[in-house]
Design a protein around this ligand. Structure first.
Ligand code: ZN
Length: 252
């Protein structure tokens, strides 16, 4: 199932992997409001791990944020096999499934696997353009190179690994700029992992997201502080595994 958007945008905020961390999501939404983006788009995994799956899903619905499905969204509906999830992830999936409201289950069930924005020449998918429903990770330049063949747009935004990156493709020459900000150049294509709002895994505990300015032709990976201890307390109060609270402090 694919969805299309066709509305010329000036500036978009791209978020992913919120994982029920409302404290982080609220901080990111405040940043995006300050940045005056005219759309926010979510690359999936709204739920799973964190203690506020309903509140995070409600935000996507109330703010009319186009959202695609992630593996944890499908896992919470038992639409995907969770036998390869570790014990902690499995416990979080089962807890999330138990607390999700009927309306939010229905909402998550209807999420598309990809989103194509024809007006701005952008493709959105949670895991990989090659196999959106297989939940494979793009971790090497070789995997990135293969995946450039599976979308036609200039820019593809993904999430899933919780590790942000920018890969620039200049007619087959791939580069990974070290700076978190790049100029979008005509003739080049981009594969961007927008990182994770609610459970970063790049040793940086700050919430991660992307701002892409189509007019100024710039895109930037951004970080912001949030009430991390509030999110940890919520996890412990919910009776979720303690490790899920602890890892937030380490960004892992
Ligand atoms: Zn995730």
């Amino acid at each position: 199932m694919a969805t299309e958007l066709n509305e010329k945008l000036r500036r978009v905020g791209v978020i992913s992997d919120i994982h029920g961390n409302l404290h982080a999501l609220e901080a990111v939404l405040r940043e995006l409001e300050k940045e005056k983006v005219d759309r926010i788009i979510c690359c999936g995994d709204v739920v799973g791990y964190g203690a506020r799956p309903n509140e995070c899903t409600n935000k996507m619905r109330d703010l009319d944020i186009p959202t695609i499905a992630g593996n944890h969204d499908h896992a919470a509906l038992l639409l995907t096999d969770i036998s390869n999830f570790n014990e902690i992830a499995k416990a979080a999936v089962l807890w999330t499934k138990k607390v999700l409201s009927e309306e939010n289950i229905e909402y998550l069930r209807r999420l598309p696997l990809t989103l194509r924005d024809t007006a701005n020449n952008v493709f959105y998918v949670h895991s990989s353009p090659k196999d959106p429903g297989e939940w494979n990770y793009i971790l090497t330049m070789g995997e990135a190179r293969t995946n450039f063949n599976y979308f036609n747009e200039q820019i593809c935004f993904i999430g899933h690994s919780h590790q942000p990156f920018i890969i620039e493709n200049d007619e087959g020459n791939l580069a990974c700029p070290t700076k978190p900000e790049v100029e979008i150049r005509d003739g080049r294509r981009y594969l961007i992992n927008v990182g994770s709002v609610g459970q970063p895994r790049d040793h940086n505990p700050k919430a991660c997201f992307v701002i892409c300015d189509f007019e100024e032709k710039r895109l930037e990976i951004r970080r912001c502080d949030y009430d991390l201890s509030g999110a940890q307390e919520a996890i412990l109060d919910a009776g979720l595994p303690r490790e899920l609270a602890e890892r937030l402090a380490h960004g892992m």
